[in-house]
Design a protein around this ligand. Structure first.
Ligand SMILES: NCc1[nH]cc(CCC(=O)O)c1CC(=O)O
Length: 310
């Protein structure tokens, strides 16, 4: 196999946010170590996406998950980059023709974290407190537990959101625990929330690598980075999401966990105002994850009936 080298490096495409860069650097480091090559054999290429450009509108109005991936996928297809590193959570369930998404790195902590400079958790927030989030899922989950809270739109990267907290724009916010740990932000007053209290987004905490489907060389280069158990969990969660037709417009949560060859999938769909929550909890053989996911989605949809997400 033709190995990349500093003269003709493998090009890694990524968004330019600090979190995206940390993820691309992790993939770069893992590739260099796995193949005993210098870091310079893998070049990081920053690509600006629609989601990065448009910061004045709520994410949910920007037209779904594709907005953080479209320009990166175009660069893959045109050969400008060889692989792309993403947060799997931000990925649509189907990739464009010609691209493959089959490399998942070992998953980090999938939980959400409660972040506040003064309060210890959701239950400790005073009546009518303000919480910042741009996630419809987190908003609905929060209102389901605490209808008295005021939820305000909170966009921008992690650093921006933390600044808004210290400026008093909100009393608390939620961030993915994985994002905080990838950015080594240990000084942030964050508390991980148990999945029982707040079920995370599908695929939260898992980095994935996308490539051209016919490019066998990158497929082989990525082989040592693939994490089997993460792949099984993500397969279950994404099959569930796809069967629900989940876009950014619908509050959906889901988490698969493996234990001794068994896969447990928990799912939750909510009305956007949090006034109704439907939950699923199924266990089966780890390799049947996709079927478990689809079956759970169908059961939840049947329970919900038409108009549930309106
Ligand atoms: N929507 C932005 C986004 N995409 C992935 C992560 C966190 C990292 C991950 O889930 O792997 C975040 C930030 C957040 O939700 O706090």
């Amino acid at each position: 196999m033709q190995m990349p080298d500093p003269q003709s490096p493998l090009k890694i495409g990524t968004r330019g946010s600090p979190l995206a860069l940390a993820q691309a650097e992790e993939a770069q480091a893992r590739l260099a170590v796995a193949w005993d090559l210098p870091f310079e054999a893998f070049e990081i290429v920053i690509i600006r996406t629609t989601g990065d450009r448009v910061v004045d509108r709520p994410l949910s109005q920007l037209g779904g998950k594709g907005m953080f991936t479209k320009e990166i996928e175009e660069a893959l297809l045109s050969g400008g980059i060889d692989i792309a590193v993403h947060s799997t959570k931000d990925m649509p369930t189907r990739q464009p023709e010609g691209l493959a998404l089959d490399c998942f790195l070992e998953r980090e902590d999938p939980r959400d974290a409660f972040v506040s400079l003064v309060h210890g958790g959701i239950r400790d927030l005073p009546e009518g407190a303000t919480v910042g989030t741009s996630s419809l899922r987190r908003r609905a989950q929060l209102l389901a537990r605490r209808p008295d809270l005021r939820v305000v739109e909170f966009r921008g990267n992690l650093q921006t959101r933390l600044l808004k907290l210290s400026d008093g724009v909100a009393d608390a916010t939620f961030l993915a625990a994985a994002g905080l740990s990838r950015l080594k932000m240990t000084e942030v007053p964050a508390r991980a929330i148990a999945p029982e209290d707040m079920l995370p987004a599908v695929a939260q905490g898992a980095i994935c690598i996308e490539r051209r489907a016919e490019d066998a060389r990158t497929g082989a280069l990525l082989e040592p980075l693939r994490h089997g158990p993460t792949h099984l969990s993500i397969a279950a969660e994404r099959a569930y999401l796809e069967a629900l037709d989940g876009s950014c417009q619908t509050p959906i949560a889901g988490l698969a966990e493996l234990s001794g060859g068994q896969l447990r999938l928990r799912g939750e769909i909510l009305r956007t105002d949090g006034s109704e929550v439907l939950t699923g909890d199924e266990t089966g053989a780890a390799e049947d994850g996709a079927e478990i996911g689809r079956a759970m989605a169908e059961r939840l949809l049947a329970q919900a009936g038409p108009g549930f997400f309106d």
